[in-house]
Design a protein. Structure first.
Length: 328
């Protein structure tokens, strides 16, 4: 099929919502791809907030040097309430017109895409790239930042295990994810947790936690790792319930924002680079109002409102594997 290439001159790129390791390599890829095609690129700082206020900076090859290995986002990020209002959106449209932007690439999570959808209704071309450690964008099985966050959490929990093992203790570790349990489930499988609690799966505390600990103890284990997604409850409350039910005095660790930092893994860098490249090519093809998605290593795109209305759950296979791994 012949692809129509539009003559676009200038684009903007922004990062919005919670930052995710890999946003920087993605910004770099957008800038480098744009310049490769002779397109000017503006960095919009502090997400949609920056678009409302004209907080922009022109980016050249050098502005994105040595950021491929850096966590966070050089463009800063924010969650803008004003952008959710019609007035805020109109101000953002004025900035786009004033700067002569032919399109915007927005890297972030579902809040970012809701903003992109609003903007596209004013005729602004927007492409969304999924970047969130929560991995909770339903139209893609992978979001930039997830791999780095998971590896950070795994490294922390491996360290915890050393001291838990020495003291023959139980640890309850709270992992981020907002309302989703993708990160907790993945991390729980990777650390060989005794139990993993996620919001997507109903929890029978006696059966899913206490029985698992008892069973592990009967099998000769002397330390127990319980991983809790923040959306499934607080680690402190779960530890208190364990203490009430069984003769253990669990230690609580909330991993918190440490999971959002650090140098992006190779997987995050490469996916971010491919998605950034693809987003510019899509704008050049005249595409708008799309989210880039990846499945089984391949890349595709969907309409933003369609993508936002999709549902994905924890993979049944992960649930089954966890049951087998914690059932003895
Ligand atoms: O969406 C990313 C995320 O880190 C969630 O996992 C978490 O619930 C939330 O952001 C924390 O937000 P904030 O940085 O505003 O504390």
């Amino acid at each position: 099929m012949e692809v129509l290439i539009m003559a676009i001159k200038r684009i903007g790129v922004l990062t919005s919502g919670g930052d995710a390791p890999g946003m920087n390599p993605c910004v770099r890829a957008v800038v480098r791809t744009a310049l490769y095609h002779g397109i000017e690129c503006y960095g919009i700082r502090r997400g949609w907030h920056g678009l409302i206020n004209g907080d922009v900076v022109k980016l050249d090859e050098r502005s994105v040097s040595h950021i491929i290995d850096r966590g966070g986002t050089i463009l800063f990020t924010a969650r803008s309430k004003e952008f959710m209002t019609e007035e805020g959106q109109r101000k953002a449209v004025s900035t786009c017109k004033f700067l002569g932007l032919d399109g915007i690439i927005a890297i972030g999570g579902d809040g970012t895409f809701r903003g992109a959808l609003a903007l596209s209704k004013y005729g602004i071309n927007v492409i969304g790239i999924p970047g969130t450690i929560d991995n909770d964008i339903s139209c893609t099985n992978y979001c930039i930042g997830f791999d780095t966050a998971a590896n950070t959490a795994i490294e922390c929990i491996d360290k915890l295990r050393d001291t838990m093992q020495s003291h023959e203790r139980c640890s309850v570790v709270e992992v981020m994810g907002r309302n989703a349990g993708y990160l907790a489930m993945y991390v729980g499988l990777a650390v060989g947790a005794t139990a993993v609690l996620v919001p997507e799966e109903p929890v029978d505390f006696e059966k899913d936690v206490i029985e698992k600990i008892r069973q592990a103890r009967l099998n000769g284990f002397t330390h127990y790792m319980i991983v809790v997604a923040e959306g499934a409850g607080s680690a402190a409350e779960i530890a208190a319930k364990i203490k009430d039910a069984i003769d253990l005095d669990p230690r609580v660790t909330v991993l918190g924002h440490i999971q959002r930092g650090g140098s992006p893994t190779g997987r995050d860098r490469v996916n971010a680079t491919k998605m950034g490249y693809m987003a510019v090519e899509m704008l050049m093809e005249g595409k708008s109002n799309r989210i880039i998605c990846t499945h089984d290593g391949g890349f595709t795109d969907v309409d933003i409102s369609e993508g936002l209305s999709m549902k994905k759950g924890i993979q049944q296979m992960e649930v089954d594997v966890l049951a087998a791994m914690t059932g003895i």
